[in-house]
Design a protein around this ligand. Structure first.
Ligand code: CTP
Ligand code: CA
Length: 232
């Protein structure tokens, strides 16, 4: 059973979504990255497509297949992600689910770096562009902008700070701290997510759900807000 996309709540709308990690090269064989699986962003792309939208998914390297019908643009670095996302505009909705590397290597080596006996190299890092902030402050800003905030502590304070600082309409704050006593596991790479939806007006803690259910609820919310249905 395939629902009729032309009658979906997002029919005729364009949704741009960033997802996955970025890879920042150190040399031709090494990179800096993070543990993002891309699952939440891909689930959002699928849900937006099923709601009738044209979907552009700007994705860092992941092991995931592009959801049916979604236009995927594959990128490696934060710089490339910014360019590809800007190139995908205009859009009605921008969802920034990528775990963009905060820092890249200032001058990646063209050749493989070798041990030369003088100890480990000092990597000079530079701050990457903020894809969400650049687009949310830009002339082509999508009408609704949703960011994520992966935190291991003080979720709401940090999330609200990001909402204001990055000019977003929503921040989906999630606790990515690994389970008690473990260094790994939990939300990063897992199939479930526990989020708090922060808006300009308040905050809504949601129960733990699958990343697919989180995606469906977020897309339903965005569709409602785009068409002006007010939430109590
Ligand atoms: N983001 C982005 N580009 C960046 C960094 C972050 O688009 N260079 C987006 C993420 O996709 C997410 C939101 O900004 O939607 C918050 O990301 P997060 O890493 O939590 O925020 P930072 O501003 O990088 O702050 P920090 O990592 O220091 O907590
Ligand atoms: Ca960050």
């Amino acid at each position: 059973f395939a629902p009729d996309r032309s009658k979906g709540l997002l029919a005729g709308k364009h949704v741009v979504i960033t997802a996955g990690p970025t890879h920042e090269p150190i040399d031709p064989v090494r990179y800096i990255a993070n543990r993002s699986s891309g699952k939440q962003g891909y689930a959002l792309a699928k849900a937006a497509y099923e709601a009738g939208a044209k979907v552009t998914l700007v994705s860092g390297p992941t092991k995931l297949e592009a959801p049916t019908g979604v236009d995927r643009v594959s990128v490696q670095t934060a710089q490339e992600m910014l360019k590809a996302t800007q190139a995908a505009l205009p859009a009605d909705i921008g969802i920034f689910a990528a775990a963009v590397a905060d820092w890249g290597v200032a001058e990646p080596s063209n050749g493989k770096m070798k041990k030369d006996g003088s100890g480990p190299p000092a990597l000079k890092l530079v701050e990457n562009p903020d894809v969400l902030k650049t687009i949310a402050m830009g002339a082509n800003r999508p009408r609704l902008v949703m960011g994520f905030a992966a935190e291991t502590a003080d979720m709401e304070t940090h999330g609200r700070d990001k909402l204001v600082r990055k000019n977003a309409n929503y921040i989906v704050a999630n606790n990515v701290a690994p389970p008690e006593g473990k260094a790994l596991g939990g939300v990063m790479g897992g199939d479930a997510n526990t989020v708090t939806l922060l808006t300009r007006d308040g905050s809504e803690p949601w129960p733990t759900m699958s990343k697919h259910d989180v995606a469906k609820k977020l897309i339903a919310r965005l569709a409602d807000d785009l068409t002006g249905i007010v939430h109590a």
